[in-house]
Design a protein around this ligand. Structure first.
Ligand code: NAD
Length: 260
């Protein structure tokens, strides 16, 4: 379905981004991986994706906190694979502390990576999508783009901002063949959430499995983690012709979290 297209997924060396990259490659899209990690492991991910799906895959180590690096990444992607047709803004980090104790440098970093990066990627990638008359922008926001949790000031602010950016981008691109939507996942058991599980287990002196169950019970009535594969499948649907009139939407994949 996506043969010959170029899909760039920020923060795709792990977790949700990797799941989305795998799903898009499975439909024939050439992939730009982005993110940090051990170079040999990243090369393994890159080569594995290319081999499994018969697509071209490159990796950019661009730091999504750096606007100039983002500009360069979009240009390198175009040179190597062609203009970006599918842009998935997924890179993100977390820090948990009460707002009055929240370290300002963590605030800045989270706003840069979880929100500002999406503006810069859209800003640089959109002209080529407009020229082609087709494009898909998918922002991986969060249930925290719609509702709040204590201790997550920067994350919740950034994700609400990302939902706002999604709506404006949808309006600015309406009728152009480009759509922009936000996927809002609930808990997905990735390294980002494993850290929160581990710190809960340590602070309450409970086993890790119990900490996982408690984390889910608190927010996600469905009682099971969302998977990167489920989010990848939804991203593929958003790239299909059936989804051409879905734009400016916030799609919750959250086991009922935000229905409460
Ligand atoms: P993860 O920690 O598994 O992966 C994060 C990815 O982002 C990694 O590839 C990492 O290298 C990359 N990254 C981090 N900082 C970067 C930077 N400065 N520049 C480039 N890449 C960078 O996390 P995840 O859980 O897969 O999260 C992915 C996205 O999904 C995040 O935006 C997160 O907020 C969002 N999300 C996660 C959950 C969840 O429960 N895990 C729920 C809702 C939304």
């Amino acid at each position: 379905m996506l043969e010959g297209t170029t899909a760039l997924v920020t923060g795709s060396t792990s977790g949700i981004g990797l799941g989305v990259a795998e799903a898009l490659a499975g439909q024939g899209a050439n992939i730009v991986l982005n993110g940090f990690g051990d170079p040999a492991e990243i090369e393994g991910l890159r080569a594995g994706l290319a081999e499994r799906h018969g697509v071209r895959v490159m990796h950019s180590a661009a730091d999504m906190a750096e606007p100039n690096a983002i500009d360069l990444m979009i240009r390198e992607a175009k040179d190597e694979l062609g203009p970006v047709d599918i842009l998935v803004n997924n890179a993100g980090i977390q820090h948990v502390a009460p707002v009055d104790e929240f370290p300002p440098e963590k605030w800045d970093k989270i706003i840069d990576i979880n929100l500002n990066h999406a503006f810069y990627t859209i800003h640089h990638a959109l002209p080529d999508m407009r020229a082609k008359g087709w494009g898909r922008i998918i922002n991986i926001a969060s249930a925290h783009g719609l509702v709040a949790s204590a201790g997550k000031a920067a994350y919740v602010a950034a994700k609400h901002g990302m939902v706002g950016l999604t709506k404006v981008t949808a309006l600015d691109t309406a009728g152009s063949g480009v759509t922009c939507n936000a996927i809002c996942p609930g808990w997905v058991l990735t390294p980002l959430v494993q850290k929160q599980v581990d710190s809960r287990a340590a602070s309450e002196g409970i086993p890790v499995e119990q900490a996982k169950r408690e984390l889910l019970a608190e927010k996600q009535p469905g009682g099971e983690f969302v998977t990167p594969e489920q989010i990848g499948a939804y991203a593929v649907f958003l790239c299909s012709d059936a989804a051409r009139t879905i734009t400016g939407a916030q799609i919750q994949i959250d086991g009922g979290w935000t229905a409460q």
